[in-house]
Write a protein that binds this ligand. Structure first.
Ligand code: C2E
Ligand code: MG
Ligand code: MG
Length: 370
């Protein structure tokens, strides 16, 4: 059974408008796997458009197309379409494909190490989502995260990534000394902050996977702080009370000012790749990166430089006091099994597809830092 509801007068000023709104909500419940109740206020605009397209073709109470009666498989062309294929016989829109991908377990977590420059050890890992699409192969987040954000599917996706990565890192940490756990970083879209129950949801994921909250860090982009509401501030505080860490991703690129650093319980700044990769060519980037590292030191925040691709960048960052590095210089994001081989005791120095990490910092001496 699928239910939908709408409230007077917010969702419709007369009986006709209200019934219509409730019909759309019923449709949304059906599209979301049925057996649920939806409120019109949570229905994405793209679904409303979709419903409008179907309305004069089918009766609202009719069930929408199901997997038993599949639409033609999506083509590469159709996959690029942005939301809402309005014709029920046409290939699913990208939004519908993401929803199906979630139901069919087509998403995977890739892992990219974060390395300490002190000793070349992998001390942390960032979980990055990938979509193993049945026709298109491996799809990168840049192609689907923006739409998933528009349609709020990102909340479901982020929670799935969080649980999957927490479960995995907990297993890896069982084989490591208790005082030397692998720290997990997970990206959290700003859309999640609209969910008042986010702290409870994350607490449940932590309890379910048994990961120590102190081993988890949530990465938020700076844009979150550009237009932060009081409700968001309260929510972030409740998240921190769980014991987890908060990182600002792509620090320096979000037009957020810096005032929030005075009030927010932030733990880590991640220096944006765009600054790191222009270190060589731009004296201004050099000055910015050096300043961010100094800012982090003075505020007692951890600093991670991301997008580090060559030894020269490593040398500069090391000389300026940045001790945590993430980037292709050490390793690209990789599937679970590959990452596992990399961190298994005894394997870190052996030759595998990734260069022996421990040798890397020793090479620092070859680079002159000006
Ligand atoms: P991010 O969180 O800033 O992640 C770092 C991105 O830089 C990753 O791209 C990573 O593969 C890439 N990268 C790391 N080192 C290097 C390097 O040395 N050179 C270059 N050229 N790139 C490097 P990816 O995996 O394509 O992810 C892109 C963005 O998509 C992420 O940026 C994040 O904003 C978003 N994203 C990824 N996974 C998730 C997720 O599970 N949830 C949410 N909400 N967003 C995600
Ligand atoms: Mg990130
Ligand atoms: Mg980043």
């Amino acid at each position: 059974m699928s239910f939908g509801f709408a409230c007077f007068p917010e969702d419709g000023s007369d009986a006709e408008k209200l019934t219509h709104a409730a019909d759309v909500a019923v449709y949304y419940s059906k599209r979301n796997g049925r057996n649920r109740v939806s409120w019109i206020g949570e229905v994405p605009a793209s679904v409303k458009l979709e419903f409008a397209g179907l309305e004069d073709k089918i009766a609202p109470t009719e069930e929408p197309p199901t997997e038993k009666d599949p639409a033609p498989p999506p083509t590469a062309e159709s996959s690029d379409k942005l939301p809402g294929s309005t014709d029920p016989g046409s290939p699913p829109s990208l939004e519908q494909q993401i929803q199906l991908g979630l139901e069919r377990n087509e998403f995977e977590v890739y892992y990219q190490p974060q390395v300490s420059l002190r000793d070349g050890e992998i001390v942390g890992v960032e979980a990055l989502v990938r979509w193993r699409h049945p026709e298109r192969g491996l799809v990168m987040p840049g192609e689907f995260v923006p739409l998933a954000e528009q349609t709020r599917l990102i909340c479901q996706l982020d929670l799935w990534v969080l649980e999957e990565a927490c479960r995995q890192v907990q297993i890896w940490n069982l084989d490591r000394p208790a005082n030397h756990p692998l720290m997990l970083s997970v990206n959290l879209s700003a859309r999640n902050l609209e969910e008042e129950r986010l702290p409870e949801t994350i607490a449940q994921a932590l309890a379910k996977t048994r990961l120590n909250p102190h081993w988890l860090q949530l990465e938020l982009t700076e844009t979150v702080f550009a237009e932060i509401s009081e409700a968001n501030i309260h929510l972030l505080q409740r998240l921190k009370e769980l014991g987890l860490g908060l990182a600002i991703d792509d620090f320096g690129t979000g037009f957020a000012g810096m005032n929030y650093l005075r009030f927010f319980p932030v733990d880590t700044l991640k220096i944006a790749r765009s600054f790191v990769q222009s270190l060589d060519a731009s004296p201004k980037s050099k000055a910015i990166v050096e300043s961010i590292i100094g800012l982090g030191r003075n505020l007692k925040l951890a600093i991670v430089a991301e997008g580090v691709e060559d030894g020269k960048e490593v040398a500069c960052l090391n000389a300026w006091g940045c001790k945590l590095i993430q980037g292709y210089y050490f390793a690209r994001p990789m599937p679970r099994a590959e990452f596992e081989a990399l961190i298994k005791p005894g394997l870190q120095n052996s030759s595998n597809s990734i260069p022996a990490l421990k040798k890397k910092p020793i090479e620092l001496a070859q680079f002159q830092v000006s």
